[in-house]
Design a protein around this ligand. Structure first.
Ligand code: PLP
Length: 366
């Protein structure tokens, strides 16, 4: 079976670097909030072109901490998308704010600006913009939308490590950004990890406080925070893996280009191509098919795993029925949830496997 992700296929050189990183942490005898975390924070800030990076426990916490550090909380509305990992909206709720769900653009599955505009109210304080599947788009337009409506722009970069418009990297466009280093992400560790990124010194200080029980100086707690720290062992592993990110992202782009050129089927449609090749890091390669279940079964017969991101949009989750949304409804999110399908595009696929996957799609219904 060709899997969506297969970490056992990672290069032996990378494995060695990870083992060395783990050894270094064990030998240091220091496991939480130490040199490895600082080193990786610095490396990640530099890579993304931002001033401050704050290592946290996971991507969910990174979004919550970014919102709270920006002063977004109870009584504030936050516009975001229902077509995302559940964590995006859960983080808004955990920050005590009120999510308002806007529809997506059907060509890209990204947040629609027209729909976001219909969701504005006196209480809107922020947009959480999700760079879904690894794509950044129209960032200048989102920056002006937020500026004109006096909203904070928080980027959910959990799927977009390294996406860039050629000048600015994902995570450096907004007031703050949140990253996840969950194993399957473009940059992932062997467990949970996350990061808040910002150019705002005060927001950075508040994020550092919030990740560590709201502690300012030792044993003083002016605010109520979380326990959400990036462990030394994960920071060390991430420093090693960062050296591979560009190469892995380029490989993902190569696989995506092959699919776009070679998948030819009247019942299978691709999403809009990226604005620039570097503006998409293909965390996922997603197609649409009205007869999705039959396609999944066909692919399984051909030994190809395919997954759905995401089958149930947030507004269809039992815990979220009451969440406010675009008064015109969320028809594009519903339609996407019914038809979208992700094909394997992880960087360790061989050319032969990539060709097999495209062939498997093309032979659907023949
Ligand atoms: C993975 C993901 C998250 C959550 O990250 P965790 O580290 O799993 O908490 C948030 N948003 C998006 C878009 C994601 O893909």
């Amino acid at each position: 079976m060709i899997l969506m992700n297969d970490f056992t296929k990672e290069p032996p050189q990378l494995r060695d670097q990870i083992l060395q990183a783990i050894g270094r942490v064990l030998n240091s005898g220091w496991y939480v909030l130490g040199k490895e975390c600082e080193t990786f924070e610095q490396a990640w800030a530099t890579y993304c072109g931002a001033d401050y990076a704050i290592g946290v426990g996971n991507g969910l916490d990174a979004i919550e901490i970014a919102l709270r550090a920006k002063g977004v909380g109870p009584g504030d509305e936050v516009i975001t998308t229902p077509m995302t990992a559940f964590a995006t909206v859960l983080a808004v709720l955990r920050a005590g704010a009120t999510p308002v769900l806007a529809d997506i653009d059907p060509q890209t599955a990204l947040l629609s600006m027209d729909s976001a505009a219909r969701c504005l109210s006196r209480r809107t304080k922020a947009v959480v913009l999700v760079h879904l599947y690894g794509q950044i788009r129209n960032m200048a337009e989102w920056q002006s939308f937020c500026r004109e409506n006096r909203l904070a722009l928080i980027e959910d970069c959990a799927q977009a490590h390294g996406a860039t418009d050629g000048k600015t990297m994902a995570g450096a466009f907004g007031d703050a950004a949140a990253f996840s280093f969950y194993p399957t992400k473009n940059l992932g560790t062997v467990g949970d990890g996350g990061m808040v990124l910002t150019n705002d010194a005060e927001l950075a200080d508040r994020s550092r406080q919030l990740r560590n029980y709201g502690q300012s100086v030792r044993y003083e707690h002016p605010v109520l925070g979380l326990n959400s720290r990036l462990d030394e062992i994960h920071a060390a592993i991430l420093s090693a893996r960062l050296g591979w990110l560009e190469q892995f992202n380029n490989r993902r782009r190569e696989i995506a280009a092959y699919y776009s050129a070679n998948i030819r089927h009247s019942a299978v449609t691709a999403l809009a191509p990226p604005q620039l090749s570097e503006s998409h890091v293909f965390h996922l390669y997603v197609v649409r098919c009205a007869n999705r279940q039959a396609l999944i079964e066909h692919l399984h017969e051909r030994q190809v795993q395919a997954l759905i991101h995401y089958p149930i949009p947030v507004h269809r989750q039992a815990s979220c029925f009451a969440i406010a949304r675009d008064p015109s409804g969320l028809p594009h999110a519903d339609e996407h949830a019914r038809t979208c399908l992700s094909l394997p595009c992880h960087p360790l696929l061989s050319n032969a496997q990539v060709a097999m996957i495209a062939e498997a799609v093309n032979s659907f219904g023949h």
